[in-house]
Write a protein that binds this ligand. Sequence first.
Ligand SMILES: [Zn+2]
Length: 90
Amino acid sequence: MRPCQICKQVRSVAPVSFHRNVGMIVARRTYTLRGELCKSCMNRAYGEFTWRNFLQGWWGMISLLITPIYFLMNTYSFAAARYRLRDALE
Ligand SMILES: [Zn+2]
């Protein structure tokens, strides 16, 4: 049991890293979230990173390639973290 890095409550946490891309035609930006999060914060963060990727990710050549890769990486990280917390209470 350690404090969650988002809500600061001491709960069962697992490490996750999420990425999202913001495409801007010729440029792009990447946002990364890395930390030990509790179940409900990782649900929220995963949801936010997923829809922002779909909303803002596609606008550009490289972005078009990177957005689905980020989506897969996030999903993998999320699934692994959920598996580690499978017995944890919400
Ligand atoms: Zn939390």
